[in-house]
Design a protein around this ligand. Sequence first.
Ligand code: NDP
Length: 269
Amino acid sequence: MISLKLSNGIEIPQIGFGTFEIPDDTAAEAVKTALEAGYRHIDTAAIYRNENGVGKGIKESGIPRNEIFLTSKLWNDDQGYDTALKAFDESLKKLGTDYLDLYLIHWPKAKNKESWKALEKLYKDGRVKSIGVSNFKEHHLDDLLTEAEIIPMINQVELHPQFPQKEIRKYCMEKGIIVEAWASLMQGQIFDKKIVIQIAEKHGKTVSQVGIRWAVQNGIVTIPKSTHIQRIKENLNVFDFELDQDDMLKMEELNKGIRIGRDPDKIDF
Ligand code: NDP
């Protein structure tokens, strides 16, 4: 598995396993399946309400904790200094671990700066190996950086060929922030895109593999989610082919600047 290096030297496997909408009672099985298939990076969040299951899956896999890159996220209701510290403890407890590899502020909110101070403390105390944000636009980062001691190491955003986020990628690259994509498979909407189907046929690969490979070749971390064993394996099998310049140009045609998820400036949750 290829890894990318964060600004603090920590390595993050470029393909991780997403767990959004996997219920707590099936998360253990899904995570175990992913780890058996070779994933070493798991993405969850307090709001997914599956941290117990994710932690159980990690334990039952028998794979040493230090070989797995584990991410969780601070939910909006817990933003603030003391509340963030408490929420982090709760996530650790549910996950059955004594540290995280990455902790993210899930969505930009009014208390970003207080929350960030808490994440900086957790990082300095060695309780989390890297810290970052999610769904932050340039102006959210600009504002955070006016007081931040530590520059976020990751920004996890919605990113796929239809919404490639070129501006935020450029901004993050200049600041040494690694970009991580959610919804690389457009939450299922990539599967009927003719261009991607044609590229997949050309390489004898699947649509999903082309979507994931596109992220990999763009230097982005990606965390596809599936609950099906064959798909979980398929999504990791993207290192035996390469999208050529023509493929990458064709993928550009999908860029409509249209999100699937919510605009971070307009969220009300
Ligand atoms: P994805 O783009 O990963 O798409 C997941 C969908 O694609 C599911 O319906 C899945 O179905 C299907 N799928 C996956 N692999 C295949 C395949 N090989 N063939 C056919 N269908 C497939 O969407 P997500 O929203 O799950 O995003 C990925 C991860 O990003 C999340 O799980 C979560 O960890 C994170 N995330 C973060 C957010 C944030 O705000 N920071 C917001 C949303 C997600 P099935 O399961 O039935 O196989």
